[in-house]
Design a protein around this ligand. Structure first.
Ligand SMILES: NC(=O)c1ccc[n+]([C@@H]2O[C@H](COP(=O)([O-])OP(=O)(O)OC[C@H]3O[C@@H](n4cnc5c(N)ncnc54)[C@H](O)[C@@H]3O)[C@@H](O)[C@H]2O)c1
Length: 321
């Protein structure tokens, strides 16, 4: 476990970033947090502040700013030892209609972070948040890291491009960068545009769930606590430099099976509406995590039934407030 380290987290106000922030503060690290709190969805700033209020303000500094403007990094101490770069415009579907914005945001901010890494003289690791979407539709499953990359959305292309920059900065400047391909992350504070959160919200509000396609698409849902664990493990290990890893749960279920589970947890009657499959959505996500297991000792711990119950309790609570 990282402890007593000087760490920069970008996208700290987001879903995964806020969980990572909480865990690293809990373990006695010094954090610099950057987020522009973009308007993709609301409530992030309040959510992060509610977490930060629980900790001694000596142990963190929050910078509200946009990583597209390199200048905001001038204010960051170049003594940082670890950088977790999570800031991005997420959302496959959003990217279909906002391709240029997503390209600019995700690629330029990533290059700015890697350039900043070059002037950090104590840097031990930069972890780049990539995505399972870089593979596109699988040719075989489970997908290992060598599987061909055929991205089918601008978001996925932007993440693959970030990985290429990671590889370039590792080879040419010896920057200790690791890229992690996350698989459909869920859990408390999950993004409102993601299926599990949207579905539970519809159920709790007695509305119908809208399923794109016939619901047979498979998703390798991965609990946010396992992703946080994988992020930290990758930062601790030197053998992950210049490497790419899948971080998934390796236990995919269909959207139809997911919906059955959600209604069973909520104990409500099913109300479903099937609409046309969305462009950009892949048919299957199914990770092979052998490489992460071998080199990082990454073993996902939260199985879907358990993870869904905690997410349901969290959503019930926030909706009743
Ligand atoms: N959630 C998932 O299932 C998933 C899957 C694969 C990859 N990822 C990647 O993991 C990372 C975190 O995802 P998340 O689900 O927490 O998303 P999120 O949208 O909740 O968090 C991203 C954060 O980055 C911030 N941000 C975006 N652009 C910025 C910029 N230019 N400057 C400063 N801050 C900026 C946003 O305000 C937001 O708080 C992203 O890079 C995402 O692409 C997520």
């Amino acid at each position: 476990m990282l402890t007593n380290k000087s760490i920069l987290i970008t996208g700290a106000g987001g879903f995964i970033g806020s969980h990572l922030t909480e865990t690293l503060l809990e373990n006695g690290n010094q954090l610099i947090l950057i987020d522009n709190f973009n308007d993709y969805y609301t409530g992030k700033e309040e959510q992060l502040n509610a977490i930060l209020n629980k900790y001694d303000s000596k142990n963190f500094r929050l910078i509200k700013g946009d990583l597209l403007h390199k200048k905001i990094l001038d204010g960051v101490n170049s003594n940082v030892e670890v950088i977790f770069h999570l800031a991005a415009q997420a959302g496959v579907r959003y990217s279909l209609n906002n391709a240029a914005e997503v390209a600019q945001n995700n690629i330029v901010s990533t290059v700015n972070i890697f350039e900043f890494g070059r002037i950090c003289n104590r840097i031990e690791k930069i972890v780049f948040a990539s995505s399972s979407s870089v593979y596109g539709n699988p040719i075989y499953t489970p997908l290992d890291e060598e599987h061909p990359k055929n991205p089918i959305s601008p978001y996925a292309v932007s993440k693959l491009c970030g990985e290429h920059y990671a590889d370039y900065y590792y080879r040419e400047y010896d920057l200790p960068i690791t890229s992690l391909r996350f698989y459909t992350v869920y859990g408390p504070r999950g993004r409102p545009d993601m299926a599990i959160r949207k579905f539970f919200e519809a159920i709790l509000k007695e509305k119908e769930i809208v399923i794109y396609g016939d619901g047979t698409q498979l998703r390798d849902f991965t609990h946010v606590s396992d992703i946080v664990n994988g992020l930290i493990l990758s930062a601790e290990k030197d053998n992950s430099n210049g490497q790419v890893f899948n971080l998934g749960c390796s236990n995919p279920i269909s959207v139809n099976d997911l919906v059955e589970k959600l209604y069973a947890i909520a104990q409500k009657t099913k109300k479903l509406k099937f609409v046309e499959k969305q462009k950009g959505d892949v048919d299957v996500t199914y990770s092979n995590t052998e490489k992460a297991k071998k080199l990082l000792a990454y073993v996902p711990k939260v199985q879907i039934d358990q993870g869904l119950k905690t997410q349901f309790e969290w959503q019930r609570k926030i909706l009743s407030n």
